[in-house]
Design a protein around this ligand. Structure first.
Ligand code: F0G
Length: 457
């Protein structure tokens, strides 16, 4: 059961099918353009959508809004040091600013940045600085039926290949995303982090964690890896951070807050360069684009996220959601990861070819069916048209992510989603693909507009 009780409630929005059809057409078949007031169950993201606790809300009243040296900054610094062991704590208003700061400081044109799989903003920030983002995850990550318990693991042979190709000078850092969001929210094992760390140390390359979901990763290690079973989540998380030189963090995930992030590192010279840039783009080093009250909420959230009762329920709720979908015959990525269930659109809609955006088509169909919002992680997000020929290169996976916000929905809400998916599966032949109407060159999925290729889904 939920290890908390509910003190404040927010009514759900209910709509008619006709209202949803109009909303979707007006939104160019892109759920990012649909107002949240027209969504019944919003599984677009687990980012910034958490319910805060009574302690966090009361902490916000203790916000010290001093421009420099706010006491809430020192509370945050204390918590981040306690969890990561990293000396320098640089607040940012969200994760991608941490990425922007880091990559604009260390990446030179032509550099390679390996990661298990880059999240979309991570990839875009590397590429914006004219670097090349290289995914080096184990092959199992691309096999949506493989039972591998740690599909976020790094493939060291792939790191070797990148190094052999460009040489050490072109590798400013290696990143490891815990959990591996774009590959299905899959965890990284401590053994893999150790191997990646040893590799980085051998070649004198810094290792950074993309730590958005570090606590969920630690919980999955505790429950899937016998070597971690006797450790606390905090010990496991620390064992990871001890292997690296720093981390970027979107506190909108495992910080259990609605806004915030940070970079933490032990590298003094890097911290100075990052702090100078921070002042230029975010604000002074003790607030980094946040209010004092936000810093306080993150500090408290980082403590609450280590509560193992909370994590057991959180990760268990997502797993049960996946199990119920599976029992209904809905094809999903297995094993279920930490923060989301990923529908496998290739198997759900085998009749829709990849150039017709099957995962986006399924996302739209789910909204039309029941007012549920998920997000496409497939050809719309990662497909790239060749400028000269117009031919597209396509990603390996066509997924619909149903991300579960933290402490927001009950199992009954998720049952509603399972039922809607089962109904769609039964009439999947009626779901048609889509074509692009307009598309931005960077992070296209946020603003792209599409049109249906057949009748309404
Ligand atoms: N890294 C990972 C692994 C993420 O999942 C995200 C955000 C970021 C970095 C960027 O953080 O949003 O605070 O700027 N993921 C959200 C999602 C948006 O829906 O998965 P941000």
């Amino acid at each position: 059961m939920e290890p908390y009780k509910i003190k404040v409630v927010e009514p759900l929005a209910f709509t008619t099918r006709a209202e949803r059809e109009a909303a979707l057409a007006g939104a160019g078949y892109n759920l990012f353009n649909v107002p949240a007031a027209l969504i019944t169950i919003d599984l677009l993201t687990d980012s910034g959508t958490s319910a805060m606790s009574d302690r966090q809300w009361s902490g916000m009243m203790l916000g010290d809004e001093s421009y420099a040296g706010s006491r809430n900054y020192f509370h945050l610094e204390h918590m981040v040091r306690r969890i990561t062991g990293y000396r320098h704590v640089i607040p940012t208003h969200q994760g991608r600013v941490a990425e922007n700061l880091l990559f604009s400081t260390v990446v030179k044109p032509g550099d390679r940045v390996p990661n298990n799989i880059h999240f979309d903003t991570t990839r875009a920030n590397v590429e914006h600085n004219l670097g090349v983002a290289v995914d080096c995850v184990v092959d199992d990550a691309y096999d949506v039926t493989s039972p591998h318990p740690f599909k976020g693991d790094m493939d060291i042979a792939k790191l070797d290949r990148v190094l052999a190709e460009v040489g050490r000078e072109r590798l400013p850092l290696v990143m490891l995303t815990i959990t591996n969001n774009s590959g299905g929210g899959q965890p990284v094992s401590l053994a893999s982090a150790r191997a990646a760390s040893a590799w980085c140390r051998r070649h004198g390359i810094p290792l950074f964690f993309d730590a958005c979901r570090f606590a969920e990763n630690a919980w999955l290690c505790k429950t899937r890896d016998p070597d971690c079973a006797g450790m606390s989540v905090e010990q496991i998380a620390r064992a990871f951070f001890d292997l690296g030189d720093g981390c970027t963090m979107s506190a909108k995930k495992d910080g259990l807050v609605n806004i915030g992030g940070f970079i933490a590192t032990n590298d003094d010279a890097l911290a100075t360069r990052l702090s100078n840039m921070l002042i230029l783009i975010e604000g002074f080093t003790t607030y980094g684009g946040l209010a004092g009250r936000d810093l306080e909420a993150i500090a408290i959230g980082l403590e609450e996220v280590l509560d193992e009762r909370y994590l057991e329920h959180r990760v268990g709720q997502v797993r049960r959601f996946g199990e119920r979908l599976q029992a209904a015959g809905v094809p999903i990525v297995l094993p279920v990861g930490g923060h989301a269930v990923f529908l496998d659109a290739r198997r759900f809609l085998p009749h829709v070819p990849q150039p017709h955006f099957p995962a986006q088509a399924l996302t739209c169909a789910l909204y039309l069916e029941a007012g549920i919002r998920g997000v496409e992680i497939g050809g719309l997000m990662f497909g790239v048209p060749d400028e000269a020929t117009g031919a597209w290169s396509w990603p390996e996976l066509e997924l619909v992510r149903l991300a579960v916000p933290r402490r927001v929905y009950t199992d009954a809400h998720l049952d509603y989603v399972v039922e809607a998916c089962a109904r769609l599966l039964a009439r999947r032949d009626t779901i048609h693909g889509l074509r692009i109407v307009s598309r931005a060159p960077v992070l296209p999925h946020f603003t792209a507009r599409l049109a249906p290729l057949g009748g309404p889904a």
